[in-house]
Write a protein that binds this ligand. Structure first.
Ligand SMILES: NC(=O)c1ccc[n+]([C@@H]2O[C@H](COP(=O)([O-])OP(=O)(O)OC[C@H]3O[C@@H](n4cnc5c(N)ncnc54)[C@H](O)[C@@H]3O)[C@@H](O)[C@H]2O)c1
Length: 110
């Protein structure tokens, strides 16, 4: 079988996890990226049980410098990337400084 390769951020939960599962069921290998290491590892175990090639990549994407290494590991594991799903993000309950800081990884004072 020829696998499409999906690079999915935010893959530990919510939209990213659901999309990674769907793509896997549809025939994609998955490079699953999230700062939640336990969550993304759990997804990889689940997908491996379905026979889907997958790789957990634990990283905080607020550190943009980590991205080239993540892409390099995915390319090393699968040879190419066909699909990009960028679902990493935070859900805020307002527009205050703490929500901004969580979304951007910056520090703030209120
Ligand atoms: N769920 C919705 O109905 C909805 C609607 C519109 C927009 N959104 C937006 O879509 C995004 C995802 O929503 P969700 O419901 O899947 O949220 P979620 O919290 O269930 O999942 C987000 C994932 O992104 C990861 N993540 C966050 N910041 C990260 C970082 N810096 N590095 C690596 N991983 C990181 C988290 O660990 C988490 O696993 C959010 O930005 C949300 O605001 C969601």
């Amino acid at each position: 079988m020829t696998w499409q390769v999906a690079f999915v951020t935010g893959a530990a939960s919510g939209i990213g996890r659901a999309t990674a599962r769907l793509l896997a069921v549809e025939g994609a290998a998955v490079a699953a990226v999230d700062r939640d290491e336990a969550g993304v590892s759990g997804l990889v175990v689940e997908l491996a049980e379905l026979g889907v090639p997958c790789r957990a990549l634990a990283a905080d994407l607020a550190d943009i410098g980590a991205l080239p290494d993540l892409v390099g590991v995915a390319l090393g594991a699968f040879g190419r990337i066909d699909i990009l799903v960028n679902a990493a993000g935070v859900t805020g309950d307002g527009t205050g400084c703490s929500t901004w800081a969580r979304a951007t990884g910056s520090s703030s004072t209120e």
